[in-house]
Design a protein around this ligand. Structure first.
Ligand code: 6R9
Length: 658
């Protein structure tokens, strides 16, 4: 065995298996036969999925792939996303069903809206936007807290055919201005502020600043529509600023919607590339909605009549788009949307929401799970969470220990965990177990969903054998695929389609491996794969080994330049509260542990015990910054960190020799 193979086979030693619960399997929305059916005729499979939606005019052609990589799905069909998420449910007699339970951060600040109520509000907002001069094709930026009006704003834009670009409320005025300029935004929808960590947090001042910056760059925001949420003071420009409550609140609830071409742009979502300015990922209407709605029903085994579904993602990133707004509402689900932080006013806030609303499907990120592990099991144990039946994970590889903890402590060992791999670019889940079909393996996203083609390949484009690693590619076009990067077709082609041009595959930028059974393990971004003395090591693999130590809550690993070995493993570790400072020999203890778990090659050169890790707002660890610390460099640009003071904490710890 070469050392690389050794590393991979070590990862495969995870042999815990969790069979689907019998009851769930017996009544599952999607069965094993779907894989075969989709493989026999992929387009027919997607056409059937598309029939779940209402089309004003049916398509003439399922897929036009005559000009790859520019796809057209459901060609000739006409559709309206808001009509599909609201009107048709009301017309089908579901108007009284709760569409969303909104939970504000201040306790008792809640509101549940039915499908009929949400439809009325979206119609009002659509009329108000039209009144403000927004027309089909104009772009609208949404810079909001997690409140119902945010969902109303998105659907109102969709209703009138004005693509929205939601900018995460935690982003700076600079980030907002860049996106407004790049997307040519005409109107911004915002709020005075929102509640975070027990206090109002202002948003409007950042919009004012961004508007000035946009002007400097030759652009212009014509109107700013402001929701009153916190009641805090705001500066006001009478020519531009308009109160939501005065316009939307006064508008008619009657709005006849237009049906748009299937390929009409629905939204642009910016995501950071490894270099350069953020990429505006363009999603269009028909294919995107098919992908989001179908996979939401399929992967979570949604039973819209009885389930209460909660996705904790912020609407400012793609998970919030596909699995908080478009997918669930298109499926007439009852959802939950929570405004605040997980630990306000107390650490059990999320679990209290699960208990009070009897949440049955819960979708969150590994980073959140690990922070709950850190706080200890006693906190979730205080709540009755017996309503839960499916748990989901997204955003980064889930460490086997975190998976097992999630299943055991939150799911009481009776809920399947679906580890869902996808990207802003893919629009919907691509690789995931099916909860009624697949036996789950902790840490593995398992198989491409029916209708999705994925493989792990070598640099040269050869499919790797089981037991080996390589690059993750998507081998067939899919309905919710990105159509381009806004305003930059060339970058779209270069970034995703040039590496495997000959084969016509989509290059995801992730490393992955196939285990001995052929199941997929996503190892993280390709740039997170380290090379130590010529051996390929995954950051995730070593992080998982560290997290499996009883004293460790969370770990981040980077490859730092090393004179001897090319790169060396450097680990940043947060200890569990109950572990105190870990004891005098903690670093040696952890190095030994990694050696035992993976092998000597993976032993960290350095282990630093830190209080926090630098994360982006969507919860991804920014390894680039940790690499700066590990390589004793000035720490780089921290503007996309959720909390930029974290780097000071880490650097202070370093210089005091901890
Ligand atoms: C949905 C979302 C995409 C990147 C992706 C990968 C990582 C997401 C994952 C996962 C392992 C999973 N990622 N889900 N890695 N297992 N289940 O997160 O979109 O913000 O665009 O990030 O996140 O590296 O390439 P986005």
């Amino acid at each position: 065995m070469t050392s690389t193979e050794e590393t991979l086979s070590n990862l495969s030693k995870e042999d815990r298996r969790f069979e689907p619960p019998e009851e769930l399997a017996a009544d599952a929305n999607v069965r094993a036969e779907a894989y075969d059916r989709a493989a026999q005729d992929r387009e027919a499979f997607w056409a059937e999925a598309a029939e779940r939606l209402h089309w004003d005019r049916t398509w003439d052609q399922v897929l036009d792939w005559s000009n790859p990589p520019f796809a057209k799905w459901f060609v000739g069909g006409t559709i309206n996303a808001a009509y599909n998420c609201l009107d048709r449910h009301v017309e089908n007699g579901l108007g009284d069903r709760v569409a969303l339970h909104w939970i504000g951060e201040p306790e008792d600040d809640t509101r549940s809206v039915t499908y009929a109520e949400l439809k009325d509000e979206v119609c009002q907002a659509a009329n108000a936007l039209t009144e403000l001069g927004v027309q089909k094709g104009d772009r609208v930026a949404i810079y909001m807290p997690m409140i119902l009006e945010t969902v109303v704003a998105m659907l109102a834009c969709a209703r009138i055919g004005a693509p929205h670009t939601v900018v995460f409320g935690g982003f700076s005025s600079d980030a907002l201005a860049t996106r407004v300029v790049d997307c040519g935004v005409k109107v911004v929808i915002t709020a005075d502020g929102g509640y975070r960590r027990g206090a109002p947090s202002a948003l409007k001042p950042a919009v004012d600043e961004a508007r000035a910056k946009v002007k400097e760059q030759g652009g212009e925001v014509e109107k700013v529509l402001v929701v009153k949420r916190t009641g805090q003071d705001v500066d006001w420009d009478d020519d531009v600023d308009v109160w939501w409550n005065d316009t939307v609140g006064e508008a008619s609830t009657e709005h006849a919607c237009e049906f748009f071409d299937s390929e009409h742009p629905l939204y642009v979502m910016y995501t950071s590339g490894s270099t350069g300015k953020p990429k505006g990922i363009l999603h269009t209407t028909g294919g995107y909605l098919v992908g989001a709605a179908f996979t939401h029903w399929e992967v979570f085994d949604l039973k819209p009549e009885t389930d209460v579904y909660w996705c904790t993602a912020d609407v400012g990133w793609v998970t919030g788009h596909s699995y908080l707004v478009y997918g669930p509402l298109a499926n007439a689900a009852t959802g939950v949307i929570y405004e605040g932080t997980p630990d306000t006013p107390e650490k059990g806030r999320w679990w209290k929401i699960v208990q009070d609303l009897k949440v049955s499907i819960f979708y969150t990120a590994p980073t959140a799970i690990r922070s709950f592990m850190k706080q200890g099991q006693e906190i979730p144990d205080r709540y009755d969470m017996s309503s839960l039946r499916v748990l989901g994970s997204v955003g980064e590889p889930i460490n086997p220990e975190a998976y097992v903890w999630y299943r055991h402590v939150i799911g009481k060992d009776k809920t399947p965990v679906v580890d869902t791999w996808w990207q802003t670019e893919t629009g919907s889940i691509m690789i995931s177990p099916l909860p009624g079909v697949t036996a789950g393996k902790p840490g593995s996203a398992m198989n491409p969903l029916p209708g999705i083609g994925a493989d792990v390949v070598t640099e040269e484009g050869e499919s790797v054998p089981n037991g080996s690693g390589g690059y993750l590619v998507l081998t067939e076009p899919w309905p919710s695929m990105l159509r381009t990067i806004w305003g930059d077709d060339e970058r779209f082609v270069d970034t995703y389609w040039s590496k495997y041009k000959e084969q016509g595959w989509y290059f995801a930028g992730d490393g992955a491996k196939k285990d001995e059974d052929g199941d997929l393990w996503v190892l993280g971004r390709v740039d997170d794969v380290m090379n130590v003395s010529g051996h390929r090591l995954s950051t995730t693999e070593i992080e998982s080994a560290l997290v499996s130590h009883p004293k460790v809550a969370e770990a981040a690993v980077v490859g730092a330049k090393d004179e001897d070995t090319g790169q060396a493993v450097c680990a940043f570790v947060i200890l569990k509260d109950e572990a105190g400072d870990g004891g005098e020999d903690i670093v040696e203890e952890l190095r030994k542990h990694v050696r035992k778990e993976i092998g000597p090659i993976a032993t960290p050169r350095q282990i630093m015990i830190v209080p926090e890790l630098p994360k982006t707002r969507s919860g991804k660890i920014m390894r680039r910054l940790l690499r700066d610390v590990a390589e004793n460099r000035e720490v780089g640009d921290v503007t996309t960190l959720a909390d930029s003071s974290v780097m000071d904490l880490i650097s202070d710890g370093m210089s005091s020799g901890k």
